[in-house]
Design a protein around this ligand. Structure first.
Ligand SMILES: Nc1ncnc2c1ncn2[C@@H]1O[C@H](COP(=O)(O)OP(=O)(O)OP(=O)(O)O)[C@@H](O)[C@H]1O
Length: 593
């Protein structure tokens, strides 16, 4: 987990602008601020109590200051126990409060980011990788979790110990404090930097070992290839090189490790010895000296800890910036559709008027140029053309996944942008080429077309989609789990589930992207029959790859390189010496050969 986090959030120096941005996160903590403030108070108390510790330990060993309460009981000892109990209680409540606030805050943040992310336009997703986005929601937020629960508290505690400790020491002996501060913090900082340097080595060794393991894994998995190519000795050499390299780096790191341990002995313990020696020299009593050394260790430890805190804060600020970047992206104007307003009901007429388009990610490449056509209500219109002609792009524009660069798209004569986006999309359904099924049950997948559909509705939809017959044959029927661990559905079955989804959605406009991969003839007949039933009584746009299926279309639009080159019925187009006829003849030859 830690590795993931390190991998996705590069460290950057902390800048004021970034810090300001990070404070925006406190908006999410706001509802819980009383709990947060109480946690801070507890932290303050337990840290201050911790400061009393070295002093009390000093008193404990000082026979002159120990006034016996009762026989065998020492005042400092009792105080120490009281401080310990107090500290444990406050620490317990501080951690519980901080964790509660953090969990609630991060849940809200996760929800806010996800609900924003999913509403972003397609343009946004064209430019990002899915892995990168999902790591925002998982590892970046986990990093913040660490910061809110541990790092911030550590930071505050360390500051209290450093400032408070130095003040106490100055009161005890300014002379010895100056001596201690001149050597110990410096040693601590050197130790931290040195420690980090050594960790870099062990990381390199790990990487090399991982690389050598890859050789083992790959060659064992592909042992047949290794043997068939007689490459055993080549692989042995490859493995030898990787493992030797790991050993070389490891040995180099070993020297530094040895030096580090010498440094700790000489530097840190040497500094402590120097402080004690100096304390004795200026005539400090043993008990005061013990307190002094303990305070010095506390201070030194906190200074070393600050380095860790700083690294964590850097990473969290990076993570926050990434998350806020997502929140700053403008989302699509969509809202839950409970009912469609009467003025937004679609009749099913579509018009493209001089539409030109290029994808936002490739502005220099015009995909559609001056395209105009009309589809009347309840017509079945086929889009045909060679691969890359722009058929799917027309569908994306219809769904308003993108807006045209020039020209207009009209529904029932009204500008498409005048309809609320969600209401417009909710009246269209797409049966795509590659049907995407979620990992849940068949029922959940069908109900995706109408969340909350009853079992009866799902069954009726499955029947109309010619899917009921195969669903029924599974022992669990609609409750059969699809996906990873469940049964694998065939291409034709998946298509019929997608059709059942569309049946449930009962759209005014239906968009079919015909599957390119051929189904067997029985499966194809069932799918085609289901589609024919689905198309009845609505406007349908069919992206056709096999021209035999569009003979009955009311209109065929032939596209090539983003232009409409022909338009008409099958009979009209086959009579012309154009692209449609060429494509038909090519398919006919391919089918009969
Ligand atoms: N997201 C995208 N970003 C940039 N260019 C794209 C994107 N999607 C498609 N294109 C380009 O747009 C052009 C038209 O693609 P489109 O998918 O509309 O063609 P198509 O006719 O549906 O092809 P096919 O029959 O192969 O599915 C192609 O040149 C393609 O490279």
């Amino acid at each position: 987990m830690q590795n993931d986090i390190t991998a996705t959030s590069p460290k950057q120096p902390i800048k004021v602008a970034s810090l300001k941005k990070t404070f925006r996160l406190f908006r999410y903590v706001k509802p819980y601020w009383p709990q947060f403030a109480l946690g801070l108070l507890f932290l303050l108390i337990s840290s201050l109590a911790g400061l009393a510790f070295p002093k009390l330990l000093g008193n404990l060993v000082d026979p002159s200051s120990s006034t016996s309460l009762v026989k065998g009981m020492n005042k400092a000892g009792v105080m120490l126990i009281a401080v310990l109990i107090g500290q444990s209680i406050f620490s317990f409540f501080r951690i519980v409060l901080f964790v509660n606030v953090t969990e609630k805050t991060l849940a809200t943040l996760r929800q806010t980011i996800y609900s924003h992310l999913i509403r972003l336009p397609m343009k946004f997703f064209l430019e990002r990788r899915v892995g990168e986005l999902s790591s925002r929601i998982s590892s970046d937020i986990s990093l913040l979790q660490e910061t809110f629960t541990t790092t911030l508290a550590e930071f505050i505690r360390q500051m209290i110990i450093i400032v408070g400790g130095v003040v106490i020491l100055l009161i005890t002996s300014p002379q010895l404090t100056a001596f201690m501060l001149a050597i110990l913090p410096l040693m601590m900082i050197v130790a931290v930097v040195f420690g980090k340097f050594i960790r870099r080595f062990s990381k390199q060794v790990q990487e090399q070992v991982a690389a050598s393991n890859t050789v083992v894994e790959e060659t064992l998995q592909g042992i047949l290839n290794v043997k068939a190519f007689a490459n055993e000795f080549f692989e042995i050499a490859r493995y030898k090189q990787r493992t030797n390299e790991a050993a070389r780096i490891g040995m180099k790191g070993g020297k530094f490790r040895g030096a580090f341990s010498s440094f700790i002995i000489m530097g840190i313990f040497g500094a402590l010895v120097a402080v004690i020696w100096r304390g004795v020299a200026i005539g400090m009593p043993t008990s005061a000296l013990l307190s002094f050394v303990l305070y010095s260790l506390f201070i030194g430890g906190s200074i070393a800890g600050l380095a860790e805190v700083y690294t964590n804060l850097q990473k969290s600020i990076g993570a926050t910036e990434h998350l806020l970047e997502i929140l700053d992206e403008p989302a699509e104007d969509i809202s839950p559709v409970t009912a469609i307003a009467p003025e937004n009901h679609l009749d099913g007429q579509i018009s493209f008027r001089n539409v030109s388009f290029h994808y936002p990610s490739r502005p220099d490449l015009t995909i559609m140029n001056d395209v105009s056509f009309d589809v009347y209500a309840d017509q079945k219109v086929a889009l045909v053309g060679p691969s890359g002609a722009g058929k799917s792009t027309i569908v994306s524009l219809l769904l308003r996944l993108y807006d045209p660069v020039n020209g207009n798209i009209l529904f029932d004569g009204k500008e498409s942008s005048s309809f609320p986006l969600s209401q417009l999309r909710s009246q269209m359904a797409v049966v795509p080429q590659d049907v995407f099924l979620f990992g849940g049950t068949i029922a959940e997948n069908i109900a995706y077309g109408k969340p909350g559909a009853t079992v009866e509705e799902m069954e009726a939809a499955a029947k109309q989609a010619n899917a009921w017959e195969f669903i029924q044959r599974f022992p669990l029927g609609l409750d059969t789990v699809v996906g990873e661990r469940g049964i694998q559905l065939s291409g034709g079955q998946r298509q019929r589930i997608a059709i059942a989804r569309a049946v449930l959605k009962n759209p005014r406009i239906l968009i079919l992207d015909e599957a390119t991969s051929a189904l067997d003839s029985e499966s194809e007949r069932l799918v085609q029959d289901a589609l024919d039933k689905l198309m009845e009584g609505r406007t349908s746009i069919v992206i056709a790859h096999r021209l035999a299926t569009v003979r009955e279309a009311d209109k065929i639009i032939v596209l090539d390189k983003g232009h409409i080159v022909e338009e008409g019925t099958h009979n009209e187009l086959i009579g012309q010496d154009g692209l449609y006829r060429t494509l038909s003849e090519m398919q006919f030859i391919a089918a009969s050969s």
